[in-house]
Design a protein around this ligand. Structure first.
Ligand SMILES: [Zn+2]
Length: 154
C-alpha cells in the first residue's frame, strides 16, 4: 500500500514533468512559428520595398534620359551652324529625313509642309495641320529643301 502510494506520486511527478516538457516544446514551437512568420513577412516587405525602389530607380533614370535628350536637342539648336562633327551628323540626318519626307509626300500625291512636315495636298495654300502659309511654287521649295533647313526650323 505504502509502496503503491509512492509509486503513484513518482509516476504522477513524471507525468507532470513530461507534461511540462511538452508544454515547453509546444511553447517553443509556437515561438518558432511566430518568429518564422515574422521573418517571412519582414522578407516579403523587403522584397516589396526593393521592388518599389527598383521601379523608382527605373522611373528616375527615364526622367534623366528625357532631360538629357532635351538638353541635347537644345544644345543642337543653339549650335546647329557649328562645324562640330556630332552637330554636322545630326544636321545631315535631319536633312535626309526631310528629303525622305518630301519623297513620301510626293508619292502620296501631295507635298510636305516645310514647318511641321505634314503631307498637304498639292493645291492647298495652307498646311492643314499647323496652318502655315505654303509657297506658291512647290518646286522652289523642294529645291531648297536640303539647304534651307536652318531658316525653316525657326
Ligand atoms: Zn504644317
Amino acid at each position: 500500500m505504502k509502496n503503491n502510494g509512492i509509486t503513484i506520486i513518482i509516476i504522477y511527478g513524471l507525468v507532470i514533468r513530461k507534461g511540462d516538457q511538452y508544454m515547453d516544446f509546444f511553447d517553443k514551437l509556437g515561438d518558432t512559428i511566430v518568429s518564422a512568420t515574422r521573418e517571412m513577412s519582414d522578407k516579403a516587405k523587403d522584397v516589396t520595398d526593393s521592388t518599389r525602389m527598383q521601379y523608382d530607380i527605373r522611373k528616375k533614370k527615364q526622367d534623366i534620359d528625357k532631360i538629357y535628350r532635351d538638353l541635347g536637342k537644345k544644345y543642337y539648336e543653339d549650335n546647329k551652324d557649328s562645324d562640330d562633327e556630332t552637330i554636322s551628323s545630326v544636321r545631315e540626318l535631319l536633312a535626309e529625313v526631310k528629303d525622305l519626307e518630301t519623297q513620301v509626300a510626293n508619292l502620296k500625291g501631295g507635298r510636305r509642309c516645310p514647318k511641321c512636315g505634314a503631307v498637304v495636298p498639292m493645291d492647298s495654300g495652307y498646311c492643314n495641320k499647323c496652318g502655315s502659309k505654303l509657297s506658291e511654287s512647290i518646286f522652289e521649295e523642294e529645291d531648297e529643301a536640303g539647304e534651307s533647313e536652318d531658316k525653316e526650323e525657326k
